[in-house]
Each structure stands twice: as C-alpha cells, then as structure tokens.
Design a protein around this ligand. Structure first.
Ligand code: SAM
Length: 276
C-alpha cells in the first residue's frame, strides 16, 4: 500500500491546481485527514472492496478510501479537479478510475459487475436527488451494499427521523422501509473550506429485506398524499386516494391521526393493502 506521507497536503493540492471553491457546484472541501479516515471507516473494512464516490473534488475522501484499500470509481463534474485526481491515481496504481460526468446521469449497473459501496461528501444541490434515485432501485436488494453520505444536518435528521418527530416525513419512510438508516457522525461546519452556513452529518444506510407484497410506487403515492397535507387528519387526506380509507381500516389506524404519528411499519401495512 502507498505511503500517505509522500502525498502533498490537500491545501497544497488546491493551490497547485487553482481549485477555488465553486459555490454552484456545492464545493465545500474537507482537508482534515483524520476526519476523512473516520468517514472512510464508516462502511467497515474496505480492503479489496469497490466504492463509487460522487464528487471527489481535490480528492480528500478519495485518498482516505484508497488508503483503506478500496478500488474507487469516482465521478466528478468539475474538470478543473481532474489533474489533482490524476496525481492521486498515479500514487495508487490501478485503484482509481475517474469519470468526468454529472453523477445524476450515471447508470450504476453499467459501471459495476460486482457489489459495491457508495461513499460521498455530496454536493448539496444534487444530494437528495441522488439519494432518492439510489433508494428507488427497481430491484431489491440493490447492487450497492451501503451508502455513507454527507448531508446538511437538517436533511440527515429527516432521513433517520422516527414517527412523532418534526423531521419525520416522506424521506424518512423512503429511507427506512427497506434500509437501516443511522446517523454515523456529526460534522461541524468549520471542518469545511469554505465553511457552509449550516452543520452537516454523515448518514449510513444498509439495505434490509424489503417487506413483502408492497409496490414501491403505491407506498410513494401514499406518503405523498398524506405528507403533502401534513396537518390534516388521515381520514381527510386519504379520501382523495382510491382505497385510502379502506387501507386505514385494514391497517387498524385511527383516521383522526396525522401522518407524522404513523410509523414506517404502519405505512407499509397500508401500502400492502393497496398493492394487493
Ligand atoms: N469530496 C471532496 C471533499 O470531501 O472535500 C469534495 C466534496 S464537495 C462537497 C462536492 C463535489 O461534488 C465537488 O467537487 C463538486 O465539483 C462535485 N459535484 C457537484 N455537482 C456534481 C454532479 N452533479 N456530479 C458529479 N460531481 C458533482
């Protein structure tokens, strides 16, 4: 394995390649190698594992993943970062592939022919869209083994929220009905260059067995119908959904409740009834 001490510090990499942060691309870089090593450790032992990284930028997290022994395929939209990533690739021969593309346009099934992990300090402007895409895989379990993702703290809280909390909503249900989702670590805004206005956190998601007999699209429609009228009682909002009131009764849920009190399992029970 390569000696990390022979790599230039990330601040020098930025300077050498003129990588001033581009706000439109959500560029908030991490330089603290200890923090980066802790993030790369979240998925578990990566030696010999394949990892897909979105937005390597100057390569801080990439380097930590390579150092952990992973084989990384990274997609970066900003071509200014490519020479820095080439230096990293030279340092870890055969371990890093970089694609200069928009991550939203990437078809993961074309990139990997074996299971892989996804790890990213996500650009905030496309982070939720990518998460929803990965969670909406038509086949389950998906090809990815885990997601280790940096989000704004508020989004991270929504992903892991339980019923009864103000953060609980569609994203919580989408994430938790077929994944275990946990907050792996909080990251202070001062850890980034430039520092964003808000705090961040790493969430870790691993696929679990998908509940039987549930059509993902019906579950999505159910959560959309109820949470778009968050303050309404379920018996009001579900009137507009064919079979909605019958699903409430079948799942033995009191129609006077509001959606944020309904657990993931209860939503799944209603969706199963509607899917039958
Ligand atoms: N991984 C680096 C780090 O941790 O310091 C940079 C993270 S920075 C928050 C997000 C990175 O995603 C930037 O390098 C940015 O250029 C890149 N990016 C933004 N939008 C993207 C997209 N649609 N597809 C691929 N990369 C994107």
């Amino acid at each position: 394995m390569s000696d990390p001490s022979s790599l230039p510090p990330l601040r020098e990499v930025i300077k050498k390649h003129g990588l001033s942060a581009n706000k439109a691309l959500g560029q908030n870089f991490l330089f603290d190698t200890q923090l980066l090593a802790r993030i790369a450790a979240v998925p578990g032992d990566l030696s010999g594992a394949s990892v897909f990284e979105v937005g390597p930028g100057p390569g801080g997290l990439t380097q930590a993943l390579l150092q952990a022994g992973a084989k990384v395929t990274a997609v970066e939209r900003d071509e200014r970062c490519l020479p820095a990533l080439q230096d990293l690739s030279d340092h870890f021969p055969g371990q890093l592939t970089v694609i200069n593309e928009d991550a939203l346009a990437i078809d993961l099934s074309e990139l990997f022919d074996r299971p892989f992990h996804i790890a990213s300090n996500l650009p905030y402007n496309v982070g939720s869209a990518l998460l929803v895409k990965w969670l909406s895989s038509p086949t389950w379990p998906p090809a990815w083994q885990s997601l280790t993702l940096m989000f704004q703290r508020e989004v991270a809280d929504r992903i892991v929220a339980k019923e009864g909390s103000g953060a609980y909503g569609r994203l919580s249900i989408l994430a938790q009905w077929r994944c275990d989702a946990k907050l792996a670590m909080s990251v202070h805004r001062s850890a980034f260059t430039p520092p964003p206005k808000v705090m961040s956190a790493i969430v870790h998601l691993t696929p679990k067995t998908q509940p039987e007999g549930v059509d993902p699209e019906i579950l999505a429609r159910l959560t959309q119908t109820t949470f778009s009228q968050r303050r309404k009682m379920l018996r009001q909002s579900l009137k507009s959904l064919p079979g909605g009131l019958a699903a409430l009764a079948a799942a033995q849920i009191d129609g006077a409740r509001r959606p944020e009190t309904v657990s993931v399992n209860e939503f799944v029970a209603m969706a199963r009834f509607l899917s039958a």
